[in-house]
Design a protein around this ligand. Structure first.
Ligand code: GLN
Length: 518
């Protein structure tokens, strides 16, 4: 591959990146506006009792009930990325999957405008399906804009990540104000309107996406992905079958001792783990197998990272509402607006962080993605130290300063920049091409599991108190990050130089591509 690929004709570019990137950027920006706008309201809407102000009645649930549903919802949104990725791989391609996902999202947010409880659940269900189809596939399409070894890829993902957060920032700055003035359902409606904008932008930009995300019907056996065949082979592979049976038994026990929701989740995870085992077994070479394995191992970091980080929309959101002094020059800052800090910091620091890595790359000293991910966990973990200080202040004086929240979100954001765009790009480098969408789906599902973990941790705050929870997160995440750094060398060996290829190709870029960032 390599050099001959680089000599292909250039795509249309803007600021050194394919124009298609900006179409995907804008589509994802509006989609994330709708997602984060709605997410910022969700627990607050569920826990609000009264009709005392313009916001109107909420559902009046307890914190624990609200965080439990929030955990399931934010988990399912991302777990649905697995079927979303499979549908794209097997049936319609990523481009159509994104289109259908966007349409379903418009419907979902539209339904949430209605005040009935059935509309609430239906709306959430539709959003889960829509994000499941759109989110993994739009990310894979970004990767598809670049040929193997193209050095612009990481930077492309960083730009895309700014789009994500621009959407989130605009949402959290405006939705809170809309709700304060016109009520909860107007806030949900705003999310719906911007999703229509996202859809229009995506349809209008199709001419720049001709080459990417298309469904390629594959009748030749070598590249065909048949999940059915892989499952049927499971029954002829004693070791894998035994492992799958153990997982299934554990799921049934989980069903019995916990509840049906967890039972279903564990059975679903058993099915996915079995599929991944069979994919691993079927991969042709040891290099592919090792890369696949290291990708799955990196997903452990992903689950832990989001398990801590995602306190943002849940426990930290409630903490902001009830325990924080939000007065700023005589104005009470709406709780929802604190959700914009993360997005705002991303926009401020994304290019800085990306260019630090890019500069090191040019010097031939770039840190591996795995290192960046482990570092991300540690930095984010330290962010919770500020929440510990906040909780201590609250215990002493009955309120705490919002400076702690600002500092916590700052560290969370720098951590996120080290792990999240890096992981997206890492997947598109390491996943076997024919399983690209599936692996993106599995990645998002891992972030979804992190969301569920976050919900569980958040719920347990009512039992253990915020201080203990925040301190526990600091200790656990820092230890995990350090452990991954300790085993970095053997892990890196498993990538078989997937990232070094970029550096080698860099020397040949005069023949095809230019560097994007200088
Ligand atoms: N904040 C990022 C986004 O919305 C990451 C979310 C995730 O990976 N779970 O895309």
């Amino acid at each position: 591959m390599g050099t001959s690929v680089l000599k292909q004709p250039r795509q249309k570019e803007l600021f050194g990146q394919p124009i298609g990137l900006y179409i995907l950027f804008l589509t994802e920006m509006w989609e994330r506006f709708s997602y984060y706008g709605m997410r910022a309201l969700l627990v607050l809407y569920m826990t609000t009792q009264t009709i005392g102000d313009n916001r109107g009645a909420g559902l009046g649930w307890t914190n624990q009930e609200a965080l439990a549903l929030y955990g399931w919802y934010t988990m399912l949104v991302y777990v649905m990325s697995i079927p979303g990725g499979m549908i794209a791989d097997k049936l319609i391609g990523q481009k159509k999957a994104v289109l259908i996902g966007a349409i379903i999202l418009c419907l979902g947010h539209g339904v949430l405008v209605l005040t009935d409880i059935w509309a609430f659940y239906t709306g959430l269900g539709l959003v889960i399906l829509g994000v499941g189809l759109l989110k993994p596939n739009i990310s894979t399409m970004v990767g598809g804009l670049y040929k193997e070894g193209d050095i612009r890829r990481d930077k492309g993902f960083s730009i895309f990540y700014i789009g994500i957060n621009l959407g989130s920032l605009l949402a959290t700055m405006t939705v809170g104000l809309v709700v304060a003035e016109w009520g909860w359902h107007a806030g949900f409606g705003l999310a719906g309107i911007v999703m229509v904008l996202g859809l229009i932008n995506y349809v209008a930009g199709q001419k720049y996406l001709k080459e990417v995300g298309n469904y390629i019907p594959n009748n030749n056996d070598e590249n065909d992905v048949s999940y059915g065949k892989l499952y049927s082979k499971l029954f002829k592979s004693p070791k894998q079958l035994l492992f799958a049976c153990v997982l299934l038994a554990a799921s049934i026990i989980g069903w019995y001792f916990m509840d049906w929701g967890y039972g279903m989740l564990f059975i679903f995870l058993t099915a996915i783990a079995s599929l991944l085992m069979m994919i691993y077994k079927e991969l042709e070479t040891q290099v592919f197998k090792d890369r696949f394995l290291v990708l799955l191992l990196s997903f452990i970091m992903v689950i832990i990272f989001w398990g801590a980080f995602e306190q943002a929309g849940g426990l930290m959101n409630l903490y902001t509402e009830t325990n924080t002094n939000r007065m700023l020059f005589g104005w009470e800052v709406p709780t929802v607006m604190f959700q914009s800090l993360n997005a705002g910091f991303i926009i401020l620091f994304a290019t800085l962080v990306a260019s630090i890595w890019a500069k090191r790359k040019l010097k031939g000293k770039e840190a591996s993605s795995l290192f960046k991910m482990a570092l991300g966990i540690i930095i984010m973990g330290f962010g919770f130290l500020f929440m510990v200080f906040a909780a201590m202040e609250f215990e002493k004086s009955g309120t705490s300063s919002m400076t702690w929240l600002v500092l916590a979100y700052l560290f969370h954001t720098i951590g996120e920049l080290c792990i999240s765009p890096v992981a997206l790009s890492f997947i598109t480098k390491l996943a076997p091409v024919k399983y690209a969408s599936l692996m993106m789906g599995v990645y998002f599902a891992a972030t979804g599991l992190g969301n569920k973990v976050a919900g569980i941790i958040g719920e347990s705050a009512s039992e253990f108190g915020e201080l203990t929870i925040f301190l526990g997160i600091v200790i656990f995440t820092v230890i995990i990050g350090v452990l991954f750094i300790i085993i970095l060398k053997p892990l890196k060996r498993l990538t078989h130089g997937a990232e070094e290829t970029e550096r080698v190709l860099k020397n040949e870029e005069a023949e095809g591509f230019e560097l994007a960032d200088n």
